[in-house]
Design a protein around this ligand. Structure first.
Ligand code: NCN
Ligand code: DMD
Length: 327
């Protein structure tokens, strides 16, 4: 390629990863992209860990389906499609073509006091994620993008990060949508209580699923499956923020090689996200202090991933362009 070796930096690693994923060089362009926004509610909302009412989850899902959220604005500019996967929204949602009804239950139970869900429920949500990724890949999506919506889901995310990495609740728990100091203290306490009930750093699939069921969320389960399904279909999966990062920790134990198909779009300001990415060995492409979720940070990174593939496909060689090599 007509550029000094290494001059595209991290994009060279991305390009090599895409070629490895496809098993061909140059790899196909990672397009069109589809964002799957996994949505669920959380019983831990009852602990006062977020200032937002639970019904905002369903209201934002309606907003996604109407095309009015930030994820829709970003996706439209990139020619990406947005689908919403209801794995556990408490309210009944109005059916539309972009809504995939995979509701396992109407929100999790309160993870502060007991298991968030049963093992069977966690497995069904994981399987929904696998199935959605498989269907989107079969339908021609060249890049699968994670999204999430669930008021209070940063509490479950922090608990998963602590359980899977051994990080302390104080270091992995953040302000989510924006909470004051007393609420943050309560949230750290809730995460501590949840993490105390599960084994630290599970290494077997059975143990990982048990931890997911105990302290996770339905959208985390769906997202873990989504990563596995993308990998099985040999399609790159671009991860968004703290929720996707914590879900990827589960996927990495279920199938370590699946992570070779994952790229981290950005690092969120939620502190557990950087902890998760470090544990996964994933380098985030962007750092923009985002904390929105929905798939927004991953979508912002999508042009970088696509440019990496374009460089491999379209750039002339020194020979073909008649450019003299270095001494
Ligand atoms: O993506 C992130 O890193 C991220 C960080 C903070 C908040 N969020 C979003 O905000 C919601 C959860 O925030 P909270 O404070 O209710 O736990 C949920 O809908 C997430 O999509 C997302
Ligand atoms: C308004 C709003 C939009 C969101 N998008 C993802 N999480 C969200 C949380 C809130 C509160």
């Amino acid at each position: 390629m007509t550029k000094p070796p290494g001059s595209l930096g991290v994009l060279e690693d991305v390009a090599a990863q895409l070629a490895g994923i496809a098993g061909t060089c140059p790899p196909p362009l990672p397009e069109p992209a589809t964002v799957a926004v996994f949505a669920g509610d959380h019983g831990v909302h009852a602990q006062g860990v977020t200032p937002w009412p639970q019904e905002v989850t369903a209201q934002m899902v309606a907003n996604f389906l109407a095309g009015g959220a930030v994820v829709n604005a970003f996706a439209a500019g990139l020619g990406a499609r947005v689908v919403v996967v209801d794995v556990g929204v408490a309210a009944t949602l109005e059916a539309t073509p972009a809504l995939l009804d995979r509701k396992v239950r109407r929100g999790t139970a309160d993870l502060a006091v007991g298991p968030a869900m049963t093992l069977d429920e966690a497995c069904r949500a994981v399987e929904s994620g696998i199935e959605v990724a498989t269907a989107l890949a079969a339908d021609g999506s060249g890049c699968l993008v994670t999204g999430d919506m669930g008021i209070a889901n940063t509490t479950a995310s922090a608990a998963l990060v602590c359980a899977f990495t051994g990080a302390t609740p104080a270091s992995a728990t953040g302000r989510g949508t924006g909470i004051d100091d007393p609420t943050l203290a309560r949230k750290v306490e809730v995460v501590s209580r949840a993490v105390a009930r599960v084994p630290s750093r599970p290494t077997t699939p059975a143990a990982a699923l048990a931890v997911l069921a105990e302290v996770g969320g339905l959208e985390h389960a769906g997202l873990a499956g989504f990563v596995l399904g993308a990998a099985a279909a040999r399609v790159p999966v671009l991860l968004d923020g703290a929720i996707a990062g914590s879900a990827a920790l589960v996927a990495a134990v279920l199938c370590p090689t699946a992570m070779e198909y994952a790229l981290a779009g950005h690092t969120s300001v939620e502190p557990g996200h950087a902890v998760a990415l470090e544990a996964l060995g994933l380098r985030p492409l962007l750092g923009l202090d985002l904390r929105l979720g929905e798939g927004t940070g991953a979508l912002l990174a999508l042009p970088l991933v696509q440019s990496a593939a374009r460089a491999l496909r379209d750039v002339a060689t020194f020979d073909s362009a008649g450019v003299t090599e270095k001494n």
